[in-house]
Design a protein around this ligand. Structure first.
Ligand code: DP6
Length: 352
C-alpha cells in the first residue's frame, strides 16, 4: 500500500465547543463556529505496511507512547474497520507551532491523520486529487456506504472534537447534530470571503496542565454551563450572521462574550480550571481599550493562556505592535484565514 501525506490547519473557535453529551463519540453539547489558521499546520504521513507488528507513531520527531499512541491507534482502528484491512501503520506527524498552548494542535493533528489514513487505506474522500475539494463522486466503502467529506469530518471529530472543523476550509460551522452521523462541520464561507487575521499573543509555550478532554468531562459540574448551553443558538445565529455580513462590531461583541462565558464555566467547574495568566488579562484589557478607540480588534481564548486577537487584515500590523509591547507577551504570531485539510506530496524527510 502507498503512503499518503495530508496537511491540516488548526482553527480558532469564535463560538466555543465546551462539554460533550457523549464523551466517547465527542458529540458536543452545543454547536460551534471557527476560522482555520493559515500558515500554522500539521503534516501527517500514514503508511499501512504488512511488515509491521504494531502501529508506529512519531510526533514532532519523537516516538509517541501512552495516551497519544492510544488515541492515534483508535483512529487507525476505525479506518482499518472501514476499509476492511488489518495492516498496522507508520504515522509521522509534524507541527510547525508549539503544541498544548491554546493553539489547538489536536484539531489539525486529527484532521490531517483522518485524511492521510483514509487515503492510505484506499478510501477516497477526495477522489479527484489533491486540492481538498470533493469532485462530488464520493468513495465507496465496503458495504456500499459513501465515504464523503461529512464522513471524514465525523471521523476527525471522534479523534478530537475540534478536528472536525479543520476538515472544511475558511469559516466553518460544526452542528451539534442529533447523533454520530450528523455531527460534522461544513464551510459557511471560503477563506477569501473576509480578510481577517488572528494575531496570537503567545504568553506561554509550555504544556497546559489540564487538557480539553478532561475539561469537557467536568463542564457540567459548573452551575453556569446550563445557562451557557441554553443561550448557544442565539450566539451561533449572531456569529453566523456577522460572518456572512462581514460585520466586525457584531462579531467582536459575540466572540468576546462567548469566550468569557466558556472561561466562566471553566473557573466554576469542580475542580475549577484557570487557564489565564496575568498577561492574558492584560491583553484582554488592551484589546478592549484599542477597540473603543476605533481599532477593529477583539479577543478569544481557548484552554490555555495565549490570546487570539482577531482583527481585519488592514489592522494586523498595528495590532501586532500593540500586543508585542504588552509585558508578558513573548511573541506574536499572525495567521490569516486558512483553507481545508488537503493531500500534499510526501515529504522527503519521511523515513522509517
Ligand atoms: C477550548 O477539541 O481540543 O478549544 O475533543 O477532547 O480533543 P477534545 O477537545 P478539543 O476541545 C476544544 C476546546 C476549545 C474550544 C473550541 O475549539 O471550540
Amino acid at each position: 500500500m502507498q503512503p499518503f501525506t495530508a496537511l491540516a490547519h488548526p482553527n480558532i473557535a469564535f463560538i466555543k465547543y465546551w462539554g460533550n453529551r457523549n464523551d466517547a463519540l465527542r458529540l458536543p453539547e452545543n454547536g460551534s463556529i471557527s476560522m482555520n489558521l493559515e500558515g500554522l499546520e500539521t503534516r501527517t504521513t500514514v503508511h499501512f505496511d504488512t511488515s509491521l507488528r504494531s502501529d508506529d507513531v512519531k510526533i514532532d520527531g519523537k516516538k509517541a507512547g501512552g495516551i497519544a499512541h492510544a488515541r492515534v491507534g483508535r483512529m487507525l482502528d476505525e479506518v482499518r474497520a472501514l476499509a476492511g484491512i488489518r495492516h498496522f501503520a507508520w504515522v509521522e506527524s509534524e507541527n510547525n507551532f508549539p503544541t498544548g498552548t491554546g493553539i489547538a494542535s489536536s484539531a489539525s493533528a486529527f484532521a490531517a491523520l483522518a485524511l492521510a489514513a483514509t487515503k492510505a487505506a484506499g478510501l477516497d474522500p477526495f477522489p479527484c486529487g489533491d486540492n481538498g475539494t470533493s469532485s462530488g463522486r464520493p468513495g465507496v466503502l465496503p458495504g456500499g456506504h459513501n465515504f464523503d467529506l461529512a464522513t471524514l469530518s465525523c471521523l476527525a471529530r471522534r479523534g478530537s472534537g475540534s478536528a472536525c472543523r479543520s476538515i472544511p476550509g475558511g469559516f466553518v460551522e460544526w452542528a451539534a447534530g442529533t447523533g454520530d452521523a450528523d455531527s460534522y462541520a461544513v464551510s459557511i464561507a471560503p477563506p477569501e470571503y473576509w480578510n481577517l487575521t488572528d494575531c496570537i499573543a503567545m504568553i506561554s509555550t509550555t504544556h497546559k496542565l489540564t487538557g480539553s478532554t478532561e475539561g469537557h468531562k467536568i463542564a457540567g459540574t459548573s452551575p453556569l454551563q446550563s445557562g451557557r448551553l441554553v443561550d448557544a443558538p442565539r450566539r451561533l445565529g449572531i456569529c453566523r450572521h456577522a460572518i456572512l455580513n462581514r460585520d466586525f462590531a457584531a462579531i467582536a461583541e459575540i466572540m468576546e462574550e462567548d469566550s468569557n462565558l466558556m472561561h466562566a464555566v471553566m473557573m466554576t467547574s469542580r475542580p475549577p480550571l484557570f487557564y489565564w495568566q496575568p498577561a492574558t488579562l492584560a491583553v484582554m484589557q488592551a484589546v478592549r481599550v484599542a477597540r473603543a478607540k476605533g481599532l477593529p480588534v477583539c479577543y478569544t481564548i481557548d484552554a490555555g493562556p495565549n490570546v487570539h486577537v482577531i482583527c481585519t487584515c488592514a489592522a494586523a500590523e498595528e495590532t501586532a505592535k500593540l500586543l508585542a509591547n504588552i509585558p508578558g507577551v513573548r511573541k506574536v504570531r499572525l495567521a490569516k484565514v486558512g483553507g481545508p485539510a488537503r493531500l500534499v506530496e510526501n515529504p522527503s524527510t519521511y523515513s522509517h
